[in-house]
Write a protein that binds this ligand. Structure first.
Ligand SMILES: *Cc1c(COP(=O)(O)O)cnc(C)c1O
Length: 340
């Protein structure tokens, strides 16, 4: 085996077809045994539940090459559990946790030549997803489903280092209080597309969604949770409609156990943003993107960390978490799953 001839350093965040993906089908009340296949296409009825009523959920994680040359994944058990929660909320049969972990191992091992080398900044992104595949015309859950997991190499999210971004408080809602904001469903992204296209058209990098009931508290952006720094404290917004980011939950542990910081998870009023020293977005794709400015209907809130680089606490969180993922810093028990 030898690595594919890819210019790892210039990869973007896009789809590149790799050799093998994992597929399992659910029919007559049971998942089949699942296989690795070279077939990257899906054929199904025009009336499939996913096509008519968007019955689909997904998740996202990465495989990394560590400093000592192993290929590992980061906390994939949490992705498995989150996808089970997502499936249940949309009345889909959960894909069992042990089978999910086995599918991740198989797909990464089968595409090992696509796992970017240590130090390239690139990683192998893994996309597990599940959808209703049989014909559904009256509104109800499908009774046949497909679970699929593919891999695609992706470049460093920010080429040449993370520059602080500018985000706006959105006039659109992302998630209703008792809706589906806390699960990873494509439908949450479909409804955010108009908001992100218009944010970009107006010169903003992202939307900050307030809570949709009162529009006074910070929730998250379209695809990342939010972190704030005040003194030696990491503050993260708490709400039942925020997606439980694995990056955010890991950063909370890193802050407390590795950096000696205090951690608070609590409702954060938009009016409090001006009192923080640093702010960032966090998720698997970029780990942390620093936020330099928040625009709330014409009112500019400039974070003291500025528009040039990450603030010092954000940088320490970023360096420690990526150090753990790349094997430079010892990980807490159970965080790293070695594939080979
Ligand atoms: C996936 C996602 C995140 C980030 O979660 P990670 O597990 O850290 O990748 C945050 N918010 C939303 C809405 C998401 O879909």
């Amino acid at each position: 085996m030898s690595k594919k001839d890819i210019d790892w350093g210039s990869l973007g965040f896009g789809y590149i077809k790799t050799d093998k993906r994992y597929v399992s089908n659910y029919k007559d009340g049971a998942w089949d045994e699942g296989i690795l296949t070279e077939d990257a296409t899906i054929t199904m009825t025009e009336c499939a539940g996913v096509l008519q009523y968007s019955q689909s959920v997904f998740d996202g994680l990465k495989a990394y090459t560590t400093e000592d040359g192993r290929i590992v994944t980061f906390r994939p058990d949490l992705n498995a559990e989150r996808m089970i929660d997502s499936a249940k909320r949309l009345e889909m049969p959960p894909f069992p946790k042990e089978r999910f972990l086995d599918a991740v191992d198989q797909v990464v091992a089968a595409n090992a030549d696509y796992v970017p080398p240590y130090g390239s900044g690139a990683t192998l992104y893994l996309r597990p997803f599940m959808f209703g595949s049989n014909a559904v015309i009256g509104v109800k859950p499908a009774n046949e489903y497909q679970f699929r997991l593919f891999a695609t190499p992706v470049g460093p999210y920010f080429k040449g280092g993370a520059k602080p971004i500018t985000i706006r408080v959105s006039d659109f809602d992302r998630a209703a209080p008792r809706g589906t904001g806390h699960i990873k469903a494509g439908l949450n992204y479909a409804m955010s597309l108009h908001a992100i296209v218009s944010a970009h058209a107006e010169g903003y990098d992202e939307n900050l969604y307030p809570d949709s009931a009162t529009r006074t508290y910070v929730e998250e952006t379209g695809g990342a949770n939010i972190i704030f720094i005040k003194g030696n404290t990491l503050v993260t917004p708490k709400s039942s409609s925020i997606l439980p980011s694995i990056t955010r939950r890991s950063l909370e542990i890193v802050a407390e156990k590795y950096l000696g910081m205090k951690v608070e998870e609590r409702p954060v009023p938009i009016a409090e943003i001006a009192e923080f020293e640093e702010m960032g977005l966090c998720g698997t794709a970029a780990v942390i993107s620093p936020v330099g400015k928040v625009v709330d209907h014409g009112k500019e809130i400039c974070l003291p960390a500025g528009m040039e680089k990450m603030g010092p606490k954000t940088q320490a969180l970023y360096d420690t978490l990526t150090g753990i993922q790349m094997g430079r810093i010892e990980a807490p028990e159970g965080w790293i799953r070695v594939i080979k």
